[in-house]
Ligand binder design. Structure first.
Ligand SMILES: NC(=O)c1ccc[n+]([C@@H]2O[C@H](COP(=O)([O-])OP(=O)(O)OC[C@H]3O[C@@H](n4cnc5c(N)ncnc54)[C@H](O)[C@@H]3O)[C@@H](O)[C@H]2O)c1
Length: 463
């Protein structure tokens, strides 16, 4: 393998570790830096502080060429390109908090013209951040430090694969050596039209456009989810089935089938904060982004609709027992940021419901956010004695539950499928009442039979 450029990675969270492992797999020496000394100590000992499939194995495979430190001096000495993957959480106002990014900018030492360092921004930042940092560099003794925007599109749960097999690589730069060097690093992942061995498209553009691509992509995906959730809610009113509707819509190649799964709302750190950050970025520039205001509101209401569903079926909620299956914002991650479970558990507790929850990997993080929640040791432990069970996160082990056993363990019969991931007939056959999001009984034979039996009165029920 030809000599690959060594790199620095600042911030060792989901994105930083995937970037480090991914570039190490492609042959680079990687110098990781984080301010969290405990995290760095764990990583040095081979312990990965996040749950992300495949990452532990890849970091172990390349342990000799991935270095961890709380001190940036090794990274600065050995690497020209410093990939920044620090957090950019929302502030109280919903704007992006750039404190960590500014800490990194401040920590870059003075650079003379011979210096060959570049900040490569993987963190999601508002459009205009690169221009502002470049101005800061120019106004200080760091004018020689280059800047590249290289937004990350990986998804938690599939971060390693997403990094190694991206749809596209976006490089926003001033057309200088640093942009060229970043493209070179990604070359193996690019398609043959870019002399690569992979299949990714390359979007080489200006810095502001690269920043905007990331925000616009996340805002569009969130819009698609809120749109299908609104359709689901209308389906419930008019007797249509959103799964059928989404299937019919998604076959139109202009629409596509992805992100058309109705449910109890999107979560995660990225959609929630990036949609809000883009809306406020527009607002701060004098433009009222009306559509995103609706996308956000629809999502918040969607998380709360489950409470109304429970109320409709169970009657008065105080004293009822509800099992939550799943807490993480999606399966295959322990990330609790923006998780629908946070809103749902809080709303149910406020209604006087006893909530008992189980998540196969997110319990530790969930406990820091919801210390008073009743945590079960397994899915079956969670549903024991419950009046209703709500599927919050579609972990495979929940989809494979023996619903006959669940029915026997529950006190009540209601199952709310918050992700439309269960099979209504299987639930119905177990003697449980299935309630999805935007599902019509007409498309669920067991439910239809139960409804018809009820409509026919006691005779019908017995039959
Ligand atoms: N998580 C995702 O799926 C995802 C996907 C695409 C883009 N992004 C973006 O990437 C960025 C990082 O996200 P994440 O989920 O990996 O965050 P994270 O919170 O998991 O990790 C951030 C890391 O940065 C470290 N850090 C903070 N300040 C630092 C400093 N001054 N110097 C060194 N390290 C510092 C923290 O200790 C932490 O380990 C965010 O801007 C996010 O929006 C995230």
């Amino acid at each position: 393998m030809p000599q690959r450029e060594p790199i620095g990675v600042i911030g060792t969270g989901y994105v930083g570790l995937a970037t480090a492992a991914g570039f190490a797999e492609l042959g680079s020496e990687v110098f990781c830096v984080d301010i969290d000394a405990d995290k760095i100590q764990s990583l040095r000992e081979g312990e990965v502080p996040i749950y992300e499939p495949g990452i532990e194995q890849l970091l172990a495979k390349h342990s000799t060429r991935i270095h961890f430190s709380t001190d940036a001096s090794n990274a600065l000495e050995h690497a020209r390109l410093l990939f920044v993957a620090v957090g950019t959480p929302p502030t109280h106002s919903g704007d992006a908090d750039l404190t960590a990014v500014h800490q990194v900018v401040d920590s870059i030492p003075a650079a003379d013209a011979s210096s060959r360092h570049a900040l490569v921004m993987k963190s999601t930042v508002p459009c205009g951040t690169g221009a502002s940092i470049t101005r800061t560099f120019a106004a200080t003794d760091k004018a020689a430090v280059a800047y590249v925007s290289c937004p990350e599109f990986l998804k938690e749960g599939t971060a390693v694969d997403d990094f190694l097999y991206p749809d596209r690589v976006v490089v926003g730069d001033a057309g200088d050596w640093a942009g060229d060097a970043v493209v070179e690093l990604y070359r193996p992942l690019l398609g043959p039209e870019h002399q690569g061995a992979g299949s990714a498209a390359l979007v080489r553009t200006d810095i502001a456009s690269a920043e905007m691509i990331k925000l616009a992509a996340n805002a569009f995906l969130a819009t698609k989810i809120s749109f299908i959730n609104e359709i689901a809610n209308v389906c419930e009113e008019v007797g249509a089935d959103v799964v059928e509707v989404a299937r019919g819509m998604g076959l139109d190649e202009r629409i596509g089938p992805k992100f058309l799964q109705a449910g109890i709302g999107y979560g995660g750190s990225c959609f929630t904060k990036d949609v809000s950050a883009l809306k406020l970025l527009a607002g701060n520039s004098g433009y009222h982004f009306l559509l995103l205001a609706a996308v956000i509101e629809v999502n918040e209401l969607q998380k709360r609709r489950v409470v109304a569903k429970l109320q409709r079926h169970l009657g008065a909620l105080p004293g009822k027992r509800v099992a939550l299956l799943g807490l993480a914002f999606k399966p295959h991650t322990d990330d609790m940021r923006g998780a629908a479970s946070l809103v749902l558990a809080a709303r149910l507790a406020a209604e006087g419901v006893h909530v008992r929850a189980f998540d196969p990997v997110a319990e530790e993080r969930a406990r820091t956010l919801m210390p008073d929640l009743d945590y079960a040791t397994s899915a079956m432990d969670a549903v024991a004695g419950a009046d209703a069970t709500v599927l919050v996160t579609e972990w495979p082990e929940f989809l494979a539950l023996d619903w006959g056993e669940v029915a026997a363990a529950m006190a009540g019969t209601l199952v709310v499928d918050g992700r439309n991931a269960l099979t209504a007939d299987v639930i119905g056959a177990a003697g449980l009442r299935y309630e999805g999001i935007g599902r019509a009984a007409a498309h669920q034979p067991a439910l239809r039979a139960a409804d018809e039996a009820m409509a026919a009165g006691p005779e019908g029920v017995r039959a």
